[in-house]
Design a protein around this ligand. Structure first.
Ligand code: GLA
Length: 726
């Protein structure tokens, strides 16, 4: 039926509708309904759970007589009757600012589980043409929208606002959940009830754009309470690694428009006659069963479509950074490799400090840009170390930061014009470094060449950690001349074009997206990168908050999660080794410490935790996440990954605050299990379990009652349970 409806809709003529028509964009459980009125106005009527006869929206024109007279315009444009936050704002060659778009037709096609609907609009006065493209992912209940803007006129125009997508909602209350943060405190949850007027979440940092805010959100409708399991929730994420802007514009009637796209900050983008601007993708999902389902929709989409090789299991690893920093010899690395192999890990990653000869990278003040092996430090070279790792049965990874240059480098002397800068102004340093201008195609070639060159250091390089450790300041490009407004957009496009080339040549290398930790966590980057470095903060306590919030939008399998030494190098906090393992094992497990400093007891525990991780690791990568308790709302954090066929699960439980309770058994309801099936529950990595039911078999519905109440008596008590259906 759905197919017939869409095909019928697709046959609609490419001109102003003789009578009102509707456009249906739908997935297995959700529906987006647009209507084109007789006058050609295109309006968004509904985004929510599927209803039977969506054409009935055509009978309702009650919303078009509001103060702005325009109703929920699918593309709110500056000009005409519309006076609020715009998705599209154009300055024409004659200086005018008005754009009024009219529907001219639409078409749909279906391929491999994705319905693509293209809606065409035009401004008859200026010949500006706009196409809205919606990819509806049937099974994942995700709609990915982007916009293509074509200058059909004869003169160059300027795009002042060019959002990817707008959505409109009507509810009594809108509870916004989003994340803020900073270095080592990425992804902190903030919730607020939206008032009237406009709430904006934006980044103007150029790169490292997600360190303060993430271009994503959850929106709970008609409630002031965040619920995992109940109510209508919309989730959105912009797939863009540059400056972004999310605007939540609530009008005087209480209606909400969400407008998401590239930030127009200093980016009035020129569009010549005949040129098309393609916006980044905006990823939307809807759940009528609370935030948990909204996250799971996004995670499934990420696994199947959104993340490079999503869901593929990646190796556990030992990273050299916190264990060795810049101070190592070949011998140091070989002994770390021996230890990694001995502990049952699968990869060794050589972090910063291995490169540059004339300006050796012995601290962060020199060397970025000069990507040759520092043979004074590693006389045998990289291949020797990488081959040693392979001989020990480990994969090998290496760190680069190709977008950056230290003033103390040969590159800075050879190509000062490649540095991001503004004429006559100081080029400010951050972490003693400058940014290379990726809007320049020559710099793009150079950056591709860095990756290519590093890969040639050894045929045994399996993994690259790509870092990016500062924001852009005094922005500008010697290459762009007078067209500086292109800079921010073309930097990000330049990065993607480099990544495209890298992926064509190196489809199999695992690439981690790091940016001082989680400074580049978005679905634009994840189109090319396999995983992220979630945060430089590896304190298990802080990680509870960071990982919980990351997983609101992004799937657990992308999270690099490492066990490090205590006191923690970032926070100074001391947590038990088991707690650190239990936290890191909820992501892609790694270690980031000097293993030779382990006591015999700690080493034995580490080996035990690593071995047990392999038993359920596939669930981290392919299971469905159920959040059982939030660190933000409770003294306890708990989550479960459940196999899609519900045959197995892993449940993580943590005490984050000591409450002096006489009864320290905390009840958790394990969601997501099959209520009828019986599961054998076993606690991992302990000799004596902290739950009375350990080793026994219980039905899924019993485990969902709160009878599952492990004893977590102290701050940083933690327990991991493995569940297998009979
Ligand atoms: C950044 C990264 C760290 C590490 C250092 C190396 O801070 O986030 O993990 O790689 O750079 O300089």
């Amino acid at each position: 039926m759905k197919h017939i409806l869409l095909i019928a809709a697709a046959l609609f003529c490419a001109c102003l509708p003789a009578r009102a028509t509707y456009i249906l964009i739908q997935t297995d459980h959700t529906q987006l309904v647009l209507t084109a009125q007789e006058d050609g106005a295109l309006r968004t009527r509904y985004y929510g759970k599927r209803i039977e006869a969506p054409w009935q929206f055509l009978n309702d024109d009650s919303r078009f007589h509001g103060p702005n007279g325009s109703g929920p315009m699918t593309v709110p444009t500056t000009g005409g009757k519309y006076v609020r936050e715009a998705a599209l704002h154009v300055r024409y060659a004659d200086g005018s600012h008005n754009t009024e778009l009219y529907y001219t037709g639409h078409k749909s096609e279906y391929r491999n589980g994705v319905f693509t609907t293209t809606v065409m609009l035009r401004d008859p006065v200026t010949d500006l043409a706009v196409q809205l493209i919606y990819d509806a992912y049937e099974k994942e209940d995700v709609i990915v929208a982007h916009t293509e803007i074509v200058n059909g006129g004869k003169k160059t125009i300027e795009l002042l606002d060019y959002a990817s997508s707008a959505m409109h909602f009507e509810a009594d209350r809108y509870l916004l959940t989003h994340t803020w943060g900073g270095w080592a405190t990425e992804m902190q949850v903030e919730r607020e009830l939206l008032g009237h007027d406009t709430k904006v979440i934006e980044s103007r940092r150029g790169v490292q754009t997600t360190q303060n805010n993430n271009p994503s959100f959850l929106l709970s409708l008609n409630t002031a309470e965040f619920s995992e399991t109940a109510g209508d929730v919309i989730a959105g994420a912009l797939a863009w690694s540059g400056n972004f802007r999310l605007a939540f514009d609530r009008d005087d009637a209480g209606r909400l428009s969400v407008i998401a796209g590239i930030s127009p900050f200093a980016s009035a983008y020129p569009l010549a006659p005949g040129e098309t601007f393609i916006t980044p993708d905006m990823v939307w999902t809807f759940s009528s069963a609370g935030a948990g389902q909204a996250s799971r929709n996004l995670h499934r989409w990420a696994r199947n479509w959104g993340v490079y090789r999503g869901g593929q299991v990646h190796p556990t690893l030992l990273n050299s950074w916190e264990g060795a920093y810049f101070t190592f010899t070949t011998e140091t690395l070989l002994r770390m490799i021996d230890d990694a192999a001995g502990m049952g890990l699968e990869m060794f990653v050589l972090d910063d400090g291995w490169f540059a000869k004339d300006f050796p990278r012995n601290n962060d003040a020199a060397g970025l840009g000069d990507w040759e092996v520092n043979t004074a430090k590693l006389p045998e070279g990289i291949d020797y170390v990488a081959s040693y790792a392979h001989d020990k049965g480990l994969k090998f990874g290496i760190w680069i930061e190709p977008e950056m240059v230290n003033p103390q480098s040969n590159l800075a002397r050879r190509h000062p014009e490649w540095v991001v800068q503004s004429p006559g102004r100081e080029i400010y340093q951050e972490r003693n470094q400058w940014v290379l201008d990726l809007s320049n195609p020559k710099v793009q070639d150079f950056v591709f060449g860095i990756f290519d060159g590093v890969m040639k250091l050894s045929k045994n390089i399996d993994y690259v950690k790509w870092d990016c450790n500062r924001v852009i300041q005094s922005f500008g490009s010697t290459y762009l001349g007078k067209e500086q407004d292109r800079f921010f957009v073309e930097y990000c496009q330049g990065l993607y074009s480099v990544m495209k080339r890298i992926r064509t040549k190196y489809p199999d290398v695992i690439i981690q997206c790091c940016s001082s930790g989680g400074g580049r966590v978005d679905y634009g980057a994840l189109h090319y990168f396999d995983e992220i470095w979630t945060s430089d903060n590896t304190d298990g306590d802080c990680r509870a908050y960071i990982q919980y919030a990351t997983n609101l939008i992004y799937p657990p399998f992308i999270m690099g999660a490492h066990v490090s030494a205590v006191p923690n190098h970032q926070s100074g906090n001391v947590t038990p080794l088991k707690f650190r393992f239990d936290m890191a094992c909820a992501g892609r497990l790694g270690l980031e410490l000097q293993p030779k400093n382990f006591s015999a007891r700690d080493r034995a525990l580490a080996e035990r935790c690593i071995a047990s991780y392999y038993q359920y690791r596939d669930l981290v990568f392919t299971g469905d996440l159920y959040r059982l308790s939030s660190p933000y709302d409770s003294d306890y954090y708990a989550l479960a990954y459940v196999a899609p066929d519900k045959s197995r699960a892993v449940v993580y439980t943590y005490c984050l605050r000591y409450q002096h309770r006489t009864g320290s058994q905390h009840p958790f309801r394990i969601d997501g299990l099959d209520p009828q099936r019986k599961y054998k529950v076993r606690e991992l990595n302990v000799d004596r379990s902290c739950w009375w039911g350990d080793g026994q078999t219980f039905t899924g519905d019993f485990l969902g009652t709160g009878a599952f109440n492990p004893d977590l008596p102290q701050k940083y008590s933690s327990a991991v349970f493995y569940l297998e259906a009979e």
